[in-house]
Design a protein around this ligand. Structure first.
Ligand code: ADP
Ligand code: MG
Length: 344
């Protein structure tokens, strides 16, 4: 993509180090956050929300930022009532060959809740005959029921308003059959309803495709699409260009005003995913650092290879087709229609 090999001032090493931590606020992030903030409130009917979008769109970054913001907002309350944790972020454990490990998942949540995992847990139960709640009884803290009960108790006591589960496809990928999938999500849903904690599942399109397997689930879960910036939408092209400019201005000495001229090529190479753009630029900065000065060559070397790009594009087109116009809330366009007709 970059053609001229002109070099600019030598890179500012200290500033380059800050690049990976620099988070930019771009229109898509604001859009998805606003929608999430609108749907997250006490007694909301939407106990499970799904955020999905392409890999590299910036979903994990957004999810962590949501939690940080919630904690920041609740700081006065947290200081006066140290037990309160308004938001929790966990990554669903990867299950490898086996079924999803609820045990690991619960343990991760308990860790975030500051629970002492070695302390004995209690199990609540209902007497089958009288229908009355049984008193707390000490139990082995390692049983799944005890862990689940401790999570429920923790979420309630900490008044957790929302729990973000990143890489949520791990929860259901290994699950065989539609029925099992519904059970997994029912487990989450009942936890949510019991504790007044909304569950926000975050993942790439495979998460949506799994949920869409069941019409029953698709109906009960609200889906938010963290869409990439598309090259065929003028407002997206402008927004993406704005992102490149923001990154350029973050390190003016490094890029020397030379980055924006590559906007179109960067858009095509990163498929309009801001996280991928960020990764490419961090790599380019590293190459520049290694060679002592920035050149178009450092950018060229940092790009996704054509094979990588093609693979990601295929995934994106499949995902966008699956998620469909009712969720993207836009009219089908040329790219999607072309992808569809190619498949059929
Ligand atoms: N708004 C942003 N500003 C700057 N960097 C970002 C932004 N969003 C994502 N990134 C960076 O891009 C990379 C990929 O983002 P990530 O959130 O992991 O994407 P996803 O979870 O959608 O695959 C991370 O290194 C992250 O720091
Ligand atoms: Mg992620």
């Amino acid at each position: 993509m970059p053609e001229n090999n002109q070099t600019t001032a030598s890179p500012d090493i200290d500033l380059i180090k800050t690049l990976p931590t620099k988070r930019i606020k771009h229109p898509r992030v604001v859009e998805v956050m606003t929608e999430l903030n609108t749907l997250i409130y006490p007694d909301s009917q939407d106990s499970i929300l799904l955020v999905c979008g392409p890999t590299g769109a910036g979903k994990t970054t957004l999810a962590r930022h949501m939690v940080d913001t919630a904690l920041e907002r609740a700081r006065p309350q947290m200081e006066s009532d140290s037990g309160v944790i308004p938001a929790v972020f966990v990554e669903a454990p990867s299950s490898g060959e086996n079924d999803f490990s609820w045990r690991l998942f619960y343990q991760r949540i308990l860790m975030q809740l500051g629970d002492n995992l070695n302390a004995p847990k209690v199990v609540y139960g209902v007497d089958a005959q009288t229908g009355q709640m049984l008193r707390r009884r000490p139990s082995n803290g390692n049983t799944l029921a005890a862990l689940r009960s401790a999570v429920g108790e923790g979420l309630r006591e900490r008044q957790v308003q929302f729990l973000i589960v990143d890489e949520a496809a791990h929860m259901i990928r290994q699950t065989r059959g539609r029925h099992r999938l519904e059970i997994q999500l029912d487990t989450l849903k009942s936890l949510a309803n019991e504790c007044g904690t909304q569950m926000v599942l975050v993942g790439s399109y495979d998460l949506y495709q799994l949920v869409a397997l069941s019409g029953q689930l698709a109906r009960r879960i609200h889906v938010l699409h963290f869409d990439r910036y598309r090259e065929d939408r003028p407002e997206d092209v402008r927004a993406f260009a704005g992102c490149v400019r923001t990154f350029e201005n973050a390190l003016p000495n490094l890029w020397g005003g030379q980055l924006s001229q590559y906007t179109k090529g960067l858009h095509a190479n990163t498929l309009g995913c801001v996280g991928t753009l960020s990764s490419v630029l961090v790599r380019a900065a590293k190459f520049a650092e290694a060679s002592g000065a920035w050149s178009a060559d450092s950018l060229n070397r940092a790009l996704l290879t054509e094979a990588q790009r093609k693979r990601i594009l295929e995934e994106i087109l499949d995902g966008e087709t699956a998620i469909g116009p009712s969720f993207t809330r836009i009219m089908p366009d040329v790219e999607r229609a072309a992808a569809k007709s190619k498949k059929s």
